[in-house]
Design a protein around this ligand. Structure first.
Ligand code: AFP
Ligand code: FBP
Length: 335
C-alpha cells in the first residue's frame, strides 16, 4: 500500500464533470453542490468544537425540531445554489415553501434537497448525509414555477447523495448514466473519483434487511411476513437511521432497505422529492429495484409517482432484485 502523499495523478470531480458533462450550466451547478457538500462535511466534522451540536429552536416543514446543523447546512446549500446562477426553483426539506429564484440569478435547473438527512444522529457522531435531485425546468416564463419540480422521478437530470461518515463520499448519477463514487480528500479539499459504474452485487449480495423494526406492530401483514422471512433465512439486521448510510450500504453490500407505510403514517415517512426519487434513480441505475410496495391500491415503481406537493411522502422498498422482488411477490400474492 503506497502512502497517499506519493500520489501524482488525481481524478478530481471537477475534471470528471468537465469530461462527462457537455452542459456548462449543469457543470457549474454540480460544482456548487459539491462545494456545499464540502462545507457541510467540515461543519459536521467540527460540530463538537464549534458548539454546533444541539437544537436551533425552530421546527422545519415537517414539524421536526431543527438542529443547529440543519439550519447551517440549509443556508450553505441555498447560498451555493443561488450563487450558481443555474437554478430557478429550490425545494428544501427545511423550507415549507419552494424558493423561486429571482430573475437576475435564475438559470435552467430546479433542485430538491435534504441538506442534512439523519440529523437526529448528529449529536452522537453517527453518519448523516445530503440527498438531492436536479430537474431541468419546463416553463419558459421569466420565473420558475413549482410545476417545474412537481414531476415524476423519470425526469430527474442528476441524482446524488453525499455521506458524512468516516469518510465524506459523494455519489452521483446522471440520467440514463452510471453511478459514480467520489471521496473527499480532506488535505486536498477535493472530491476524487474512486469508483466508476457502481453496481449491486450480482447475486444480491449480503443477506441484510434494514428497517426500523420498532414500528413493526403498525406495519401491514405482508411487510411483517417479509421481515419474518428474512429473519428465518439467516439475514442480518442493520439499521443506522440515516437513509444515506442505509442506502449506501445496501448498494455496496446488497440486501434490502424498507421504510413502509404503517397504521400511523399511511404514506410512510420518507419524502418523495428529496429522499425517495433521488435514491430510486441511483438504486435502479446500479441494477437494483426501488418500489413503493402496495401504495394507493397497487405496487408502484417509485420513479413513476407524480408528486402533487413538494413535501409529499411515500413508502420505500429498495435494494437488490433478489430481496425486493421477494417482497413485491408477496404483495402481488405470488410468493
Ligand atoms: P432525521 O433527519 O429527522 O434524523 O430523519 C432521517 C430520516 O428521514 C431518514 O434519514 C431515515 O431513514 C429515517 O428518517 C429514520 O427514521 P426512523 O427514526 O423513523 O427510523
Ligand atoms: P465487525 O467488526 O466484524 O463488523 O463486528 C462488529 C461487532 O463486533 C460490533 O461492533 C457490533 O455491535 C456487532 O459486531 C454486530 O454483530 P451482529 O452482526 O451479530 O449484529
Amino acid at each position: 500500500v503506497e502512502d497517499v502523499a506519493g500520489e501524482t495523478d488525481f481524478n478530481s470531480l471537477t475534471q470528471w464533470l468537465m469530461t462527462n458533462t457537455k452542459d456548462k450550466e449543469l457543470t457549474v451547478l454540480m460544482a456548487q453542490l459539491a462545494l456545499a457538500c464540502k462545507a457541510t462535511s467540515r461543519a459536521c466534522a467540527k460540530a463538537g468544537i464549534a458548539n454546533l451540536f444541539g437544537m436551533y429552536g425552530e421546527q422545519n416543514s415537517s414539524g421536526d425540531d431543527q438542529k443547529k446543523l440543519d439550519v447551517l447546512s440549509n443556508d450553505i446549500f441555498i447560498n451555493a445554489l443561488l450563487k450558481s446562477g443555474s437554478c430557478c426553483v429550490l425545494v428544501s426539506e427545511e423550507n415549507e415553501e419552494p424558493i423561486i429564484v429571482p430573475e437576475e440569478l435564475a438559470g435552467r435547473f430546479c433542485v430538491a434537497f435534504d441538506p442534512l438527512d439523519g440529523s437526529s444522529n448528529i449529536d452522537c457522531n453517527v453518519s448523516t448525509g445530503t440527498i438531492f435531485a436536479v430537474y431541468e425546468r419546463l416553463s419558459t416564463s421569466p420565473l420558475g414555477t413549482v410545476e417545474d419540480i412537481l414531476r415524476t422521478g423519470n425526469d430527474i437530470v442528476v441524482a446524488g447523495y453525499c455521506m458524512y461518515g468516516a469518510a465524506t463520499e459523494l455519489v452521483l448519477c446522471f440520467k440514463q448514466g452510471k453511478v459514480e463514487r467520489f471521496a473527499l480528500d480532506p488535505s486536498l479539499g477535493e472530491f476524487i473519483h474512486t469508483h466508476a459504474n457502481v453496481r449491486f452485487p450480482a447475486d444480491g449480495g449480503k443477506k441484510i434487511y434494514s428497517c426500523n423494526e420498532g414500528n413493526a406492530l403498525l406495519w401491514d401483514e405482508t411487510c411483517k411476513k417479509a421481515v419474518q422471512h428474512f429473519k428465518s433465512s439467516g439475514y442480518a439486521a442493520r439499521y443506522v437511521g440515516s437513509m444515506v448510510s442505509d442506502v449506501h450500504r445496501t448498494i455496496l453490500y446488497g440486501g434490502v432497505f424498507i421504510y413502509p407505510a404503517d397504521k400511523k403514517s399511511t404514506k410512510g415517512k420518507l419524502r418523495v422529492l428529496y429522499e425517495g426519487f433521488p435514491m430510486a434513480l441511483i438504486v435502479e441505475s446500479a441494477g437494483g429495484i426501488a418500489s413503493t410496495g402496495m401504495f394507493n391500491g397497487s405496487v408502484q415503481r417509485m420513479l413513476d409517482l407524480v408528486p402533487t406537493n413538494i413535501h409529499e411522502r411515500c413508502p420505500v422498498i429498495l435494494g437488490s432484485p433478489r430481496d425486493v422482488n421477494l417482497i413485491l411477490g408477496m404483495y402481488k400474492g405470488t410468493d
